[in-house]
Design a protein around this ligand. Sequence first.
Ligand code: IPD
Ligand code: CA
Length: 265
Amino acid sequence: MTADLLELATRVAVEAGELATLRRAEGVEVAATKSSLVDVVTAADREVEALIRRRIQDARPGDGFYGEESDAAVGTSGLTWVVDPIDGTVNYLYGIPRWAVSVAVVEAPTQDPDTWTALAGCVVDPSHGDVYRAAVGAGATLGGRALRASRPASLATSLLGTGFGYDAAIRREQADAVARAIGEVRDIRRAGAAALDLCDVARGRLDAYAERGVQPWDYAAAALIASEAGAVVHSTDLREGRRLVTAAAPAIAHDFAKLVRDAGF
Ligand code: IPD
Ligand code: CA
């Protein structure tokens, strides 16, 4: 059952990645702004989400749907598809090859993400041909090869990823947290796609990641991929409605949790 869900997630995410790549090559413009002037959506975001939604609806009409760019639908099966058609939209807009399609399926007894259990997820990075996949209890893979989180010697030699939201005041707070943390780690990356940041933890290209304010569609698939790759992942800490997602290699997870608290992520 979970294997079938993962197959569907992969099929749909790969097709969506092909469509997004085609639209990117044709040229991309801002279609509208959302929570702030810099929180943009392109026609491709909407078209790609519509494609994913149609494919899932055709294959599994009883399932719910929760995506970034369209209204949520409650299903009858107890399963919900959590979808970001393009994570890293600003990179996509500027032609920076770091954006992804994220498709997850979760067991969702209520609409509260804290009650969800991710069953399967696929993140596709079309710019690099990377297909990350995981099913709960079955491990995570990249292009069919098993993923393992890194084994850093210490927090001080760890590479940390993070991200910023779209609200200027919140972003200043996030920059303050980065300023407090940066002297405690090897360095910090802000690469612009939360799903890929978490996949980087899964494959050992980052040792840890922390960001407050990410949405369920940003992390649903990639958090499962990171945790199935052995990273220690948390996503339940809410402050003023903004969710903190963290992932860390096990060797530094304890020290990293303290740093995240002390720095005020
Ligand atoms: C954003 C990206 C970014 C993160 C933001 C997200 P979007 O998602 O993942 O890296 O810092 O918090 O909102 O808007 O590109 O789908
Ligand atoms: Ca998005």
